[in-house]
Ligand binder design. Structure first.
Ligand code: G1P
Length: 297
């Protein structure tokens, strides 16, 4: 097996979901449904589709519903079995059988870099993929498999980048790149976490997909709190980009497909509609209604 073959995914899900209050008062934001599946299931499915069946979730308080969603519900299964409702039974079992899911608690919420550090014992000395639970990448526009290929062939850290409107760059990690893209891959020489729009070095935003070498843990241990007083993964990646001998450099895969920030209310509605119009069960009716509705507004 190549040294850089990836088999494990890490998904941090300890965030409080304040942008969706009060819906997220007693329920994790990752359990909000896009049509009929919670957001987190799309993210786990993405990891599994890319061949990563070992998934570690870094959780926090209030996240029991997440663990329950990926566990068996014997009573419900039994009930559906008795009724011969095989369709619904398959839907219930799908999330249970999807992946080998492990959990670790974050404890103090000290930032994304801190959450990633909690994965150190589980990941040990292997490269791993990191998927942020807020970002849903449309399964029709694969991204992670390409990032894994780039990592395996180069041994470098890989992050997903997307061009955003310059007025939005303050919401993201922002990349400085060197040279032009080759096959959609660029060399990253610098990174800034959430710069002011007028100080941003580019409009290339880091979106929530990373393939990282295990040396990133050592760098994170040395990373001082940055923006917002939190330990920032972006700062650790900046250190890797500046000192490639320590942990490999950083490459960016530029994504041009459909990505939804499900932590944002408007994007959440857009995601529901984009996924809905192509669904076999409701797509046709939804399209017809959208045309009608468009005349009303
Ligand atoms: C995190 C990262 C940021 C990245 C973003 C992508 O920020 O810190 O660099 O651009 O995810 O969604 P958050 O959105 O968790 O504040």
């Amino acid at each position: 097996m190549s040294r850089f073959k990836v088999t494990k995914a890490v998904i941090p899900v300890a965030g409080l979901g304040t942008r969706f209050l009060p819906a997220t008062k007693a329920m994790p934001k990752e359990m909000l449904p896009l049509i009929d599946k919670p957001v987190i299931q799309y993210v786990v499915e993405e990891a599994v589709t890319a061949g990563l069946e070992d998934v570690l979730m870094v959780t926090g308080r209030n996240k029991n519903a997440l663990e329950n969603h990926f566990d068996r519900v014997a009573e419900l299964e039994h009930n559906l079995e008795q009724k011969g409702d095989t369709d619904r039974l398959a839907k219930v079992m799908a999330s249970t059988d999807l992946a080998n899911i492990h959990y670790v608690r974050q404890g103090d919420p000290k930032g994304l870099g801190h959450a990633v550090l909690r994965a150190k014992a589980h990941i040990a000395e292997h490269s791993f993929a990191l998927l942020l639970g807020d970002d849903v990448i449309d399964a029709r526009d694969p991204l992670l498999s390409k990032m894994l290929e780039v990592h395996e062939s180069t041994g470098e850290n890989v992050v997903a980048l997307m061009e955003v409107d310059p007025t939005q760059i303050h919401l993201y990690g922002c990349a400085v790149i060197d040279g032009d893209a080759k096959d959609g891959v660029v060399r990253i020489t610098g990174l800034v976490e959430k710069p002011k729009n007028d100080e941003a070095p580019s409009n290339l935003a880091v979106i929530g997909r990373y393939v990282l070498r295990p040396e990133i843990f050592d760098i994170l241990e040395d990373t001082k709190p940055g923006r917002g007083g939190e330990i920032q993964l972006t700062d650790a990646l900046m250190a890797a980009a500046q000192n490639p001998d320590r942990a490999g450099g950083v490459l960016g895969v530029i994504f041009k497909g459909r990505r939804y920030d499900t932590g944002d209310k408007l994007d959440f509605i857009k995601a529901t509609l984009r996924l809905g119009v192509d669904r076999e069960d409701i797509g046709q009716d939804l399209r017809a209604w959208l045309h009608e509705f468009n005349n009303e507004i």
